[in-house]
Design a protein around this ligand. Sequence first.
Ligand code: NAD
Length: 387
Amino acid sequence: MRIAVAKEIEVCERRVALVPDIVARLVKQGLEIWIESGAGDRAFFNDAAYEAAGATIIADINKLWSEADILLKVSPPQEREDGRSEIDLLKEGAVLISFLNPLGNPVIAQKLANRKVTALSMEMIPRTTRAQSMDALSSQASIAGYKAVLIAAAALPKYFPMLTTAAGTIAPAKIFIMGAGVAGLQAIATARRLGAIVEAFDIRPAVKEEVQSLGAKFVEVKLDEETTAAGGYAKEISEASKKRTQELVTEHIKNADVVITTAQVPGKKAPLLVTEDMVKQMKPGSVIVDIAAEQGGNCACTDPGRDIVAHGVTVIGPINLPSSLPVHASQLYAKNLTSLMQLLIKDKAVDVNFADDIIDAACITHAGEIHSARIKEALQAISSAVS
Ligand code: NAD
């Protein structure tokens, strides 16, 4: 049973799928671990550390991909510089575990099925209590929420905490967090630790108590429709509700020194929460950090991957924030992967047991077929849009 870790080729990806500590535990269980040479370099885990943990370092990419029983990655497979697709490097019947973005890019599932790969998508792990230790969306979103606040604090031309000094009293900064899921809650906690006054808003009323327990004020928006979907996620709301929400949050945005937006709806473009008109009403020098930049952004002025100044407001649209903390992001992700592999490996062999609800939900392709009904639907929607 050979588990291989590939080096990430995505330019802004610094994370690695396994860290040396976790490798040592897997080796102890009798599993053979191959690490592509240099795979951990950008997360500060060098080849020597993996070797000391019992892994074999492999420089030959073809060998690593084609002889792996389970291939572990962080970012979805891509085309390589030599024009070959990473998916085509896998042997038939191999298992691939990675973030795969199958709802945003369902075509990847078709390619994996054609290659007869068993693919487990980390985005499809159910958000249940039993799956908590495998929940990479949460482990990585929490990092994004933390880092977004640090970025905002560094960009704000003011202090975050209240200070009483001989030269006068400084009022604390006012932070408004939009979207109080995993990233939003960590952003609240981090901004509170830095001494700011925090308000938060979400269309799911269930988060009110969590927001308050972190010491923030919950801005309540009552809508005449169900806002929570299966699994605790938000639903895409109607245009009328979006308009009503925007009206209600305008005052809070206007008064904030920092706005951090984290709102997302799985498989959809991020909802627009901050219009250009709202940005115009903010104080000069205020800061917006839009964590949803990669999904289209929650702010109309966001330029993904760039920091810009719009109407005197600094608007930051970071890409792949978890990758900016690669040591802990990799450590947590590696733990998520190994917890999932405990369900997948029986007696040192792969056992894809669809009776297990976590495997059933996470597995998107198996034995040449697309296993996930949601992805089949998404593919059908694409083909009917084309025809
Ligand atoms: P997410 O990244 O999909 O979205 C972030 C937040 O944006 C969510 O709180 C969502 O309600 C909010 N949002 C969406 N549209 C909005 C709008 N128009 N205006 C304002 N806010 C909007 O969500 P997530 O952080 O991955 O987690 C969502 C939920 O999943 C959690 O809060 C929780 O209920 C559930 N969850 C459960 C577990 C578990 O039980 N193990 C673990 C993690 C998450």
